[in-house]
Design a protein around this ligand. Structure first.
Ligand SMILES: Nc1nc2c(ncn2[C@@H]2O[C@H](COP(=O)(O)OP(=O)(O)OP(=O)(O)O)[C@@H](O)[C@H]2O)c(=O)[nH]1
Length: 334
């Protein structure tokens, strides 16, 4: 135990971290399947009858990330470190519209969810992006904004492919890999969200359970997205912009391809001083510039510049919690 304590001490002195966390918002209209998706990501299986989310519910996914391939690391035994991805499942119900920005705090990334069988839920995503960009605070923000001024990476996931297929709104090739890839087709929001291509989260028409069993490729892609967020926050030399400003004109579409590399994010590249690409697996010099550790509880918005002076946090406060209780869907008139 002694050497472990020493190692921790040294690591902290060296400016490294033993573990960390990133926060991902999951947003979209009520009933599009956000809770089902989060359950699928966290537990590997969909939830049969998800309760109506009240306000927001938080789940935490554990993952590891390390510097194993880096010779520049000065940290001993740091090949894999623990990271926690907070998934903030924000209720899409109208009744929370005026207060849900409480949950838009210290965001690292966003998963937009829509229902393939309800086109208006896709159109709404632009509003969600604008709302988050206007009222949220961001951790490790991009130097310049994405669609609607959103300053963090995002993905768009189309849900209920089975229903859409039944209704003939979408044809499936039937090829599992093709369909699964489409599940998390990483597509930037366009100025007109009508231009968003359809994507699928639950392949095939065999229903949720069967689809979830087949969704391993999709989950891998989502995990890649999470790893990108971890990399941006903890392993990047990027100097965060001093303050986030919202551009008045929506940015052109961004596309995040299969590999989720920052090189594929034009606006993230523009954020680098001198045009340098992100340097992954570096020995964490950027740690000095980290935003304060997000907690699992709603925080008061803070400006980005204030955040870089906070000391590094410990993990003691992290646990798997639900921020707000859930209730039965039938309890609420939807
Ligand atoms: N057929 C089908 N049903 C789905 C799918 N995903 C979710 N559902 C169902 O859609 C309903 C709503 O799902 P939720 O996950 O609660 O939706 P939500 O977006 O979290 O809704 P709010 O909490 O109101 O914001 C539930 O009855 C789910 O079982 C899917 O891919 N296919």
């Amino acid at each position: 135990m002694f050497w472990r304590d020493r190692e921790r001490e040294n690591t902290e002195l060296n400016g490294g971290v033993l573990c960390g966390q990133v926060r991902v918002l999951v947003v979209g209209d009520s009933g599009v399947g956000k809770t089902s998706l989060v359950n699928l990501i966290i537990k590997g299986s969909p939830i049969a009858r998800p309760p109506q989310t009240i306000g927001c519910a938080v789940d935490v996914k554990h993952t590891t990330y390390g510097n194993s391939g880096s010779s520049s690391s000065s940290l001993k035994g740091d090949s894999e470190r623990d990271f926690f991805v907070e998934l903030w499942d924000v209720s899409g119900h109208e009744r929370y519209k005026d207060c849900r920005s409480l949950f838009y705090s210290q965001i690292n990334g966003v998963i937009f969810v829509h229902d393939l069988s309800q086109r208006r839920t896709k159109t709404s995503l632009q509003k969600w992006a604008a709302e988050i960009a206007a009222t949220g605070t961001f951790s490790a923000p991009l130097g310049s904004g994405g669609p609607s001024g959103l300053p963090v990476p995002f993905i768009v996931i189309g849900n209920k492919a089975d229903i859409a297929a039944q209704e003939g709104t979408r044809e499936s090739s039937g090829n599992l890999v093709d369909v699964a890839r489409q599940w998390v087709e990483k597509q930037g929001l366009l100025p007109s969200s009508e231009e968003l291509p359809l994507t699928e989260s639950f392949p095939g028409s065999g229903g949720l359970i069967a689809a979830a069993k087949e969704a391993r490729y999709d989950k891998e892609a989502v995990v890649k997205f999470f790893r990108m967020l971890i990399r941006r926050r903890y392993f990047s030399d990027e100097i965060p912009s001093p303050a986030w400003s919202i551009p008045s004109v929506p940015r052109p579409a961004q596309r995040i391809d299969e590999n989720f590399t920052e090189d594929d994010l034009p606006y993230s590249r523009r954020s680098l001083s001198g045009g340098d690409p992100f340097k992954f697996n570096t020995p964490l010099p950027a740690q000095r510039n980290l935003t304060p550790p997000p907690t699992l509880y709603p925080q008061q918005p803070v400006s980005v510049s204030e955040t870089h002076t906070f000391p590094r946090y410990s993990l003691s406060g992290i646990s798997e919690i639900s921020a707000v209780a859930r209730t039965k869907r039938s309890d609420i008139n939807v």
